[in-house]
Design a protein around this ligand. Structure first.
Ligand SMILES: Cc1cc2nc3c(=O)[nH]c(=O)nc-3n(C[C@H](O)[C@H](O)[C@H](O)COP(=O)(O)OP(=O)(O)OC[C@H]3O[C@@H](n4cnc5c(N)ncnc54)[C@H](O)[C@@H]3O)c2cc1C
Length: 185
């Protein structure tokens, strides 16, 4: 029979990053809720963090590319996204959606956008991120009357996550420079 220490080691509560390890309902480490290194640490039962698959895949035709870096068809062996990669890509999508949302949307477009953001949270692959996001939406109604309203609402929502995870907040007066117009030289 396994001792408590052995069991704890198999399901570590803290990863190599110092962050809490998030598990799925089935008790397995959540791939999209943890960093890749923490996920690998947890799936290895809390042993020393492995270094395989952590390095960035080399570009096709890069001189250092070996046969293990690519699969048939020449695709690099990219890993499924971790919480950081998924987050960055998702915010890019959300802010870009706001940047192309009509300046004066119809009532249907406004209703559709509210639904989209709500469903986005509902199906977000990092389950605890999505749950918190849905709670945020319930407490802070999505603003869809104009493009600027939506862009600022998203920026403030993103800042709430930044604050929660200890990242710097963004100046929401600059959301259009970042996501729509670009910066002046
Ligand atoms: C809905 C949602 C909920 C999330 N919840 C969690 C969570 O609970 N725990 C967790 O660990 N991770 C969460 N994440 C992921 C997290 O927010 C980051 O995406 C991830 O940590 C990677 O951060 P990053 O430093 O690459 O920059 P990101 O925060 O991904 O930001 C990408 C870029 O957006 C710009 N930016 C930053 N802040 C703002 C802002 N307020 N408005 C406009 N632009 C901005 C910056 O240029 C930045 O480089 C969540 C992601 C999403 C989409």
């Amino acid at each position: 029979m396994k001792t408590e220490v052995e069991k704890k080691k198999e399901s570590p509560s803290v990863g190599v990053s110092g962050r809490k390890i998030i598990y799925d309902k089935d008790g397995k480490p959540c791939r999209t809720c943890n960093t890749l290194q923490d996920f690998q640490f947890a799936t290895q039962g809390g042993s020393v963090a492995p270094t395989f698959n952590v390095k960035k895949p080399l570009k096709k035709n890069h001189p250092d590319t070996t046969s293990t870096d690519t699969v048939a068809g020449g695709y690099t062996k990219d890993q499924p996204p971790d919480v950081e990669q998924l987050g960055k890509s998702s915010w890019t999508l959300l802010h870009s959606v706001a940047a192309t949302y009509p300046e004066t949307p119809t009532s249907k477009q406004q209703a559709d956008m509210k639904q989209f953001i709500l469903l986005f949270g509902n199906f977000y692959p990092c389950w605890f991120c999505g749950k918190d996001f849905q709670e945020y939406i319930e407490a802070n109604e999505v603003q869809t009357a104009t493009q600027d309203d939506l862009g600022k609402w998203l920026c403030i929502a993103h800042n709430a996550v930044n604050k929660k995870i200890g990242k710097a907040e963004f100046d929401c007066n600059l959301w259009k420079q970042r996501w729509k117009d670009g910066w002046e030289k």
